[in-house]
Design a binder for this molecule. Sequence first.
Ligand SMILES: Nc1ncnc2c1ncn2[C@@H]1O[C@H](COP(=O)(O)OP(=O)(O)OP(=O)(O)O)[C@@H](O)[C@H]1O
Ligand SMILES: O=C(O)C[C@@H](O)[C@H](O)C(=O)CO
Length: 338
Amino acid sequence: MKYIEFDANRKFDLTLLGRVTIDFNPVDYYMTLAESTTFKKYLGGSPANIAVGLSRLGKKCGFFARVSDDRFGDFVTGYFEKEGIDTSRIRRCEHGEKLGLTFTEILSETSSNILMYRNEIADLQLCVDDIDEEYIKQSKAILISGTALAQSPSREAALKALFLAKKTNTPIIFDIDYRPYNWVSNEDMGIYYAFAAKQADVILGSREEYDLTEQLIEPGRTDPQTAAYWHKQGAKIVVIKHGKEGSTAYTCDGQKFTIKPFPIKLLKGFGGGDGYASAFLYGLMEGWEVIDCLEFGSASASLLVASHSCADDMPGVEKVKKYIADCKQKYGEMIARA
Ligand SMILES: Nc1ncnc2c1ncn2[C@@H]1O[C@H](COP(=O)(O)OP(=O)(O)OP(=O)(O)O)[C@@H](O)[C@H]1O
Ligand SMILES: O=C(O)C[C@@H](O)[C@H](O)C(=O)CO
């Protein structure tokens, strides 16, 4: 069953809007960030990771972003170019704003945290002049990452992109993407997350992220209630993630599909969402059944939480398929299908 119509005549498979940052992950881990002394630098930022993930899976991505006008801006732009992600809409900040830096802490085999430096942040300088209708018309779909709604002028840029996507019949994917930094209040999230979700064809989020989105509408909903509400608003697919417990996709025709994580030795508890999103969306674009998209996303997510980085370790199609096949051979065909 196809829930989203992608226009095959458009140049980009997906154009993403949001932050491009840098991750510094500890080489000496199983200790606090204060104790770690050596870090490996990776491209970061959830939407940027998703773009890399889709590129590794053979998809062509466009991107709306502002980056710092310094060596870190050079690094992330050069990384995108090497991955084949279009950089024509990546613009440099003009007033010294800084690229977001995420320092990660891998405390133990089951606990990790991230510390994000986002003062005078470059990505929130994205502005309405950066968003053009022609570029969106060249995109089979657009993904808005929720943190882009945290502050102006990025907020208005994201709202303009939503408006132009609707105008050009471009499917909208809203990744709620809760990061507490840069939001003035939870109420702001309740306003802007909800507005974006009302425009979306596909919504991706954890239970916590839906709770933040629904706080001004009806707090305390169950997953089925959440899905039913957003389907009424026009969403075709509502994906609700529950970390290591797995995730469920609710489709607008009343079906639900649940997937569990594949068995893996966890290294870090983050990055799974980006691997999940890129692989799930890949399956959608390939016209797969939703359960197969979920399985592919879940497998990619498991590979990512077992890896030291996010972007650098985004897998190709064959790696994900082999991992799924190996797990099924070892644990049984229904290993992840609840
Ligand atoms: N401990 C784990 N073991 C195996 N898979 C996991 C684990 N944690 C997360 N995942 C996988 O990653 C997917 C997304 O993780 P999660 O639900 O935490 O979303 P998220 O908060 O968006 O992730 P991120 O931390 O990347 O932002 C899960 O649905 C699951 O498939
Ligand atoms: O999304 C962020 O800004 C943090 C990322 O850079 C980091 O890789 C992560 O947590 C991915 O989910």
